[in-house]
Design a protein around this ligand. Structure first.
Ligand code: GLU
Length: 483
């Protein structure tokens, strides 16, 4: 049975790389008919950020991911929050000491700091010197009985450690390059390494799919599995997500662009985000690009994950988003745009039917938030018009005024307020070729939108409807008449 997990630490927002890791785990589970589990790794209590867990889960749900077991849905392998499992780790750590695979260490933080400094000064690898490894059992027992603070360290054995990573292939390390990792801290909390290995085993995880930054830890984990007498799961370490300068995407260099939430707030669609994220390190067999979550759940293959870093390309993301906006059913898109329309027009927008506006904007939106800038004309009570603005380049206000009047008269006659009819009405005016196209259409479009740039005049008039169109044209005529 394939069982995979996403194991975020609640230390901040959901990172793009984390969202990609969660997505790959989910897709692999679905494709294999397996299960996807969420586990919260909160053993580093100093880095805990309130609200982070809720926001991470909310981000995953927004993407459309679901899980069979987790802190919110429960399951038979819980609890799914590591700080609620401390006794389990403590017991395993003591077991390891009994077996001789781990040992108590009484070294103070000061001593460890000095050791590190002196090793650095001598350009030696910084590593615990096993000062406490040779303490005899009686002394250890006595010091523990006195309540002396101690950690438990893994005793890295001699030899080499190897495993096959499903992305990186054979990984082989000489054990003498590894440090005697602390497993249990003196406050009784496990380190990530112990908690992760114990939980992955007890939760029946078959495949560990996680970011490449954990690849150097994997040999230690394999040693820990061996020490505990457990079979290690399979490993797949996913490539880094890089910015366009090919550096690892990071808060320091890339700011809020590293958070999934940022895209959610800007009005990217979850479908577009999923499609974009899946291609950060994975490619289908053909060169198809558009995939739904359901399709990906059938075709995703771990074997097709690349080793090299994957570049986060904004243009590509924008392209996907625009495509998905075009594909959304109109009613749904209109619904999604309501909060943005309300930003322009307050609660008023809620009382207006905006379906036509949405239809006009749909092909021009990259993100939903773009509508804030593009839809202002629709809600405007009175546009800020001037004769100058209403006159196209190289023409005159008099000409603009003539065009205005002719357009008003002709449009007033239109019965069926449809784009074709509107075009015919305008074409009729100019049968004698009195106006250039710009001289005729510019003053009308500006009269309706107040903007130098806006959607096509016929679409605008169609969306506004006959009454509003004529009202705006009349107002513009007044502005021109005042000239
Ligand atoms: N808690 C780790 C993180 O936040 C998870 C590492 C793992 O998947 O083993 O990235």
């Amino acid at each position: 049975m394939v069982r995979v997990r996403f194991a975020p630490s609640p230390t901040g927002e959901l990172h793009i790389g984390g969202a990609r890791t969660a997505l790959y785990n989910y897709l692999f589970a679905k494709q294999q008919g397996g299960q996807f589990i969420i586990r919260i790794e909160d053993t580093d209590q100093e880095r805990f950020v309130a609200g982070s867990l809720e926001r991470i889960l909310q981000g995953l749900k927004w993407l459309g991911l679901t899980w069979e077991e987790g802190p919110d849905v429960g399951g038979s392998n819980g609890p799914y929050v590591q700080s609620e499992r401390l006794s389990i780790y403590q017991e395993q750590a003591r077991e390891l000491v009994k077996k001789g695979s781990a040992y108590y260490c009484f070294c103070s933080t000061e001593r460890l700091g000095e050791l590190r400094k002196s090793q650095e000064a001598q350009k030696l690898p910084t590593r615990y010197d096993r000062a406490c490894f040779n303490l005899d059992a009686e002394e250890v027992a006595a010091r523990l009985a006195r309540g002396e603070k101690a950690t438990i360290r893994l005793k890295i054995p001699g030899g080499t450690t190897q495993f096959t990573d499903l992305v990186h292939g054979l990984i082989k390390v000489a054990n003498n390059t590894l440090d005697d990792q602390v497993l249990l801290k003196s406050d009784g909390f496990p380190t990530y390494h112990l908690a992760c290995v114990v939980d992955d085993h007890l939760m029946g995880i078959s495949h560990i799919i996680r970011g490449e930054e954990w690849l150097p830890s994997a040999p230690k984990h394999v040693i820990l599995y061996q020490a505990l007498g457990w079979e290690p799961p399979q490993f797949a370490h996913l490539p880094n997500v890089l910015n366009e300068q090919r550096a690892k995407l990071s808060k320091r260099k890339d700011g809020e662009a590293v958070w999934l939430q940022t895209y959610q707030n800007q009005g990217y669609l979850p479908q577009a985000m999923v499609n974009f994220l899946v291609l950060l390190g994975w490619h289908p067999q053909d060169d198809r690009e558009i995939f739904s979550l359901a399709e990906l759940s059938q075709i995703f293959e771990l074997e097709r994950v690349q080793k090299g870093g994957a570049i986060f390309n904004f243009r590509k993301l924008n392209w996907f988003n625009a495509e998905y906006i075009k594909k959304l059913p109109l009613v749904e898109l209109n619904q999604l745009l309501q909060p943005y329309y309300q930003k322009i027009n307050g609660a008023e927008a809620a009382n207006k039917d905006t379906t036509k506006l949405t239809e006009v904007l749909r092909s021009r939106l990259v993100t939903l938030a773009d509508s804030i800038e593009q839809a202002g004309w629709y809600f405007a009570q009175e546009l800020a018009l001037t004769p100058d603005l209403l006159t196209t380049k190289g023409s005159t206000a008099a000409k603009a005024k003539a065009a205005q009047l002719a357009a008003t008269a002709s449009l007033a006659e239109v019965g069926e307020w449809q784009i074709t009819e509107l075009k015919q009405a305008m074409a009729k005016i100019n049968s004698a070729g009195e106006f250039t196209r710009g001289e005729l259409l510019w003053p009308v479009r500006v009269a309706l939108t107040g903007q130098r740039q806006s959607p096509d005049v016929f679409e605008v008039a169609w969306a506004l409807g006959k009454n509003e169109t004529l009202k705006r044209l009349n107002y513009a005529s007044k502005v021109l008449a005042a000239e």
